[in-house]
Design a protein around this ligand. Structure first.
Ligand code: NDP
Length: 450
């Protein structure tokens, strides 16, 4: 694999094929009975040990991720911090997988949660180990064994994770990592008869094919897909705060973020003022060497991504202003603000997955909601206003799985995350993720009539 900031070879990894997926699934199947039978407190203990082990290797994993994915080291450190927190959070879960008792005639009815079985995890390149951890931790906590297929472009942190998991005491076969192309290895996981569930994060297009492929064996599927999130700025908002926060909400991780607020909707009467406030923040963004401590944005992941992002400068919407980016090797693209953008422009409709913001204006609350919802996606978004009642009205009306008011956050370890509409289904993180990795079983014990 190449380092996106230099285009130099970073590492070479043997490419797996479908037969390696079969071997990994066989190992995961063999490990399942003992892992699921482990006493809840013991499974918790192993997961706490894993969190500790990852903590000891925090900086090493952050540097690996920063170099392989081209992300700013400060971001990579925060992401690995979240990975560790995610394992710690779900380490508490094995002993809290509660069931219900339900009043019925003739006996006692109660529910228990069973693991689903062998779970296939298919993950993208933009937040490699972070997104993997959102799946790994609840899956393992609920007693499943896993086969993880990371994106071919960024497998290094997953491979290192597997080594650290073994050192932390995760038994052989419980965590398996297979590095190979989605079209062969990913597909084989989706089709494999012994894989009970697929948890996928990636593009809506591939998500659709996974859902279709999984239907043949009625596999469980959760999908975290693309987004086209709106950052809605009302005239009564703290405009300075909204403008200062907007750049990283769309240019963070070089815009390669499914939650990127890539449509900035500004109320008509303050649009010019907002753009005036936004411009210096965009121009001040520090774009450069991912390993430099003050870097805020790195390069795009690949030459293909650079070409795809560049295609959005198609002349439909004018460039209002741009930040800077280094010359020379590396897949660099300067943060770019397009304005005014029409709702029909391609940049307003398609996911860019790069550092381009589309600024549009609206007259009133109803038009803001209409524009925000005028997309096939429904992942995240923000609302900036000082009117609390309006903030809550708009938050209820915007069709996305996550929203923030006077902030641009989307994910926390302890709160559910996932999409409406074609941004996918199922929830990750928080208490809800465990539901996606376990089946409810109802047991009736007759006490009468025997
Ligand atoms: P892809 O959907 O192309 O790839 C995601 C993963 O799926 C990779 O591991 C890939 O393997 C694998 N894959 C590809 N084809 C298949 C297939 N036919 N069967 C099974 N697996 C397959 O997305 P990208 O990695 O290119 O990421 C960019 C896209 O992902 C963006 O559109 C973005 O919105 C979305 N995304 C959504 C997120 C969310 O949480 N909603 C988070 C991150 C990204 P390989 O690449 O190795 O061939």
């Amino acid at each position: 694999m190449l380092e996106p900031a230099t285009e130099a070879v970073l590492a070479e990894v043997p490419r797996a094929g479908p037969e390696d997926v079969d071997a990994a699934v066989a190992a995961a199947s063999a490990a399942l009975p003992a892992w699921r039978a482990l006493a809840p407190g013991e499974r918790a203990g192993v997961l706490y040990a894993l969190a500790d082990k990852l903590g000891e290797h925090h900086e090493e994993l952050a540097v690996l991720e920063a170099r392989n994915a081209g992300k700013a080291i400060v971001d990579a450190r925060a992401e690995i911090g979240m990975v560790i927190d995610t394992f710690r959070y779900y380490a508490g879960a094995p002993e809290r997988l509660l069931g219900d008792t339900i009043p019925v005639a003739g006996g006692q009815a109660f529910t228990v949660r069973e693991p689903v079985g062998v779970v296939g995890l298919i993950t993208p390149w933009n937040f490699p180990l972070t997104i993997a951890s959102w799946k790994l931790a609840p899956a393992l906590a609920a007693g499943n064994t896993v086969v993880l297929k990371p994106a071919e472009l960024t497998p290094l942190s997953a491979l290192r994770f597997a080594e650290l998991a073994a050192e932390a005491g995760i038994p052989d076969g419980v965590v398996n990592v297979v590095v190979g192309p989605g079209s062969s290895c990913g597909q084989r996981l989706v089709e494999h008869p012994d894989v009970a569930k697929i948890a996928f994060t990636g593009s809506t297009e591939v998500g659709r094919s996974i859902a279709a492929g999984a239907a043949a064996s009625i596999k469980r599927v959760t999908l975290e897909l693309g987004g086209k999130s709106a950052n809605i700025v009302f005239a009564d908002a703290d405009l300075e705060a909204a403008a200062a926060a907007a750049p990283l909400a769309v240019f963070g991780n070089a815009g390669q973020d499914c939650c990127a607020r890539s449509r900035i909707l500004v109320q008509e009467e303050v649009r010019d003022r907002f753009l005036e406030l936004l411009e210096p923040h965009v121009k001040a963004l520090r774009v450069g060497d991912p390993l430099a401590e003050d870097t805020q944005m790195g390069p795009l992941i690949s030459a293909g991504q650079l070409e795809s992002v560049t295609s959005f400068l198609d002349g439909q919407a004018p460039v209002a202003f741009r930040g800077s980016a280094p010359d020379g090797p590396g897949h660099w693209f300067a943060p770019t603000v397009l304005s005014p953008v029409k709702p029909s422009d391609r940049v307003a409709r398609e996911e860019v997955f790069g550092p381009i913001a589309a600024v549009m204006s609206f007259r009133d609350e109803a038009e803001a909601i209409g524009l925000a919802n005028d997309t096939i996606y429904g992942l995240s978004g923000s609302i900036w206003t000082r009117d609390g009642a309006r903030a809550l009205r708009v938050a209820r009306a915007v069709q996305t799985g996550v929203l923030s008011i006077n902030a641009n956050t989307s994910v926390r370890v302890s709160t559910p995350f996932g999409g409406f509409k074609q941004s996918g289904y199922g929830r990750e993180l928080g208490p809800h993720a465990l539901e996606a990795y376990s089946e409810v079983k109802t047991i009736f014990y007759a006490t009468e009539g025997r």
